[in-house]
Design a protein around this ligand. Structure first.
Ligand SMILES: Nc1ncnc2c1ncn2[C@@H]1O[C@H](COP(=O)(O)OP(=O)(O)OP(=O)(O)O)[C@@H](O)[C@H]1O
Ligand SMILES: [Mg+2]
Length: 353
């Protein structure tokens, strides 16, 4: 089920004359049968968007389509959606089975059939052996899977997940996100997964939508967006450790950081902002792009150099390099930059050049 958002806008009126534009003219297509990650910093309008898609919130303006059907006026219970929130809100006094069957209560389905359906979905999400337990007898990850089973039991057209993993510890988060990916693949259900965690979104999504202050920044496959950020915000938001930022300029067709000639750039002379991914540096014998190493961090197979920033000695930047180099604090290192790991932005607008 393809979901189309057309000029979707939500304005909250908190007090008199105080307006928050939580979602500003969203115009996107969520592809059918895929997992789309809705990604952005806290307060950028992710939940608001999701609640409008679910019908729990009314848009101030714009329309929502499920396939060809305009569902904007349709109440939530008639939209065919399954919803999972951050705090899974299971009924504590009910068993897992009763929790999963709960949404079937006002559906015309005989008892045996709903029992079978509940078991089928529980098996699918890997909790079929826990049906007689109460929620407090389950781990956080198991509870979250009960919530997902409950959302799936009515065979919704769309599955909406709002930060479903944020109450889980790091290891369980990883495990459960793989589980969600698998469930989504097995069911083929169109899924929107809201998170502020870029790594989570990148790892789980077929496609990501990056939001900032209610405005779409970029839509695409995670790796595409990472490799080709459309603006400085997206470049900075995706990637750990984050992209390194340098002040630079284009002079006579050359891209310069200070007096170091970094690359060719065929645009008019101007000041620019340069982003270089930590994995985008290559240590070389000779280069004017050089700086002093402040710290060396080796974690597992990665060696990260923390280097004094050429624009400002009080700042540092990070380069992930081969462990074999044997660099030490105080050494001066010289770099070339891998062209596909570097992005150049307009200094004023942040748009990619
Ligand atoms: N009921 C409301 N009344 C007024 N303002 C609201 C209301 N709900 C949300 N907002 C505001 O709308 C903006 C978007 O909120 P939203 O909850 O959609 O953000 P989010 O991206 O989900 O953030 P988080 O990652 O923290 O969950 C925020 O500035 C928020 O303060
Ligand atoms: Mg939210």
């Amino acid at each position: 089920m393809e979901i189309k958002l057309k000029n979707l806008t939500k304005v909250f009126q908190s007090k008199k004359e105080e307006e928050t534009v939580a979602v500003d003219n969203l115009d996107i297509v969520i592809p059918s049968g895929q997992l789309t990650g809705l990604l952005g910093p806290s307060g950028c309008g992710k939940s608001t968007t999701l609640y409008m898609i679910s019908g729990l919130l009314r848009p101030t303006q714009g329309e929502i389509y499920f396939g060809d059907e305009n569902v904007t006026p349709v109440p939530p219970e008639e939209r065919g959606i399954g919803l999972v929130f951050q705090n899974y809100a299971l009924y504590p006094h009910m068993t897992v089975r009763q929790n999963i069957m709960f949404p079937l209560e006002n559906v015309k389905m005989d008892k045996q059939e709903s029992l079978e359906k509940a078991q089928e979905i529980a098996d699918l999400v890997g909790i079929g052996h826990l049906m007689n337990r109460k929620p407090k007898q389950l781990s956080g990850g198991q509870q979250q899977r009960v919530a997902i089973a409950r959302a799936l039991v009515k065979s919704p057209r769309v599955l909406l997940l709002d930060e479903p993993l944020s109450n889980l510890d790091a290891r369980l988060r990883l495990q459960t996100r793989e589980e969600i990916k698998r469930i989504q693949r097995d069911t083929g259900i169109t899924t929107i997964f809201v998170t502020h965690d870029q790594e989570e979104a990148m790892s789980i999504s077929d496609e990501i939508v990056v939001l900032r202050e209610g405005v779409t920044q970029q839509v695409g496959r995670p790796q595409e967006v990472y490799n080709n950020p459309g603006n400085l915000f997206v470049a900075k938001f995706l990637g750990t450790p984050p992209i390194n930022i340098f002040d630079g300029e284009v002079k006579d067709g050359r891209l310069m950081i200070g007096d170091a000639d970094i690359a060719k750039k065929d645009i008019d002379d101007r000041e620019v902002t340069i982003g270089i991914r930590p994995e985008g540096f290559k240590m070389v014998e000779r280069s004017k792009f050089k700086a002093e190493v402040d710290l060396v961090e080796t974690i597992g197979r990665d060696t990260t150099l923390i280097i004094k920033h050429p624009n400002d000695e009080t700042q540092t930047f990070r380069a992930i390099v081969d462990a074999d180099y044997g660099v030490e604090p105080g050494d001066t290192v010289k770099f070339n930059v891998k062209p596909h790991k570097m992005h150049i932005f307009d200094k004023e607008t942040g748009e990619v050049l």
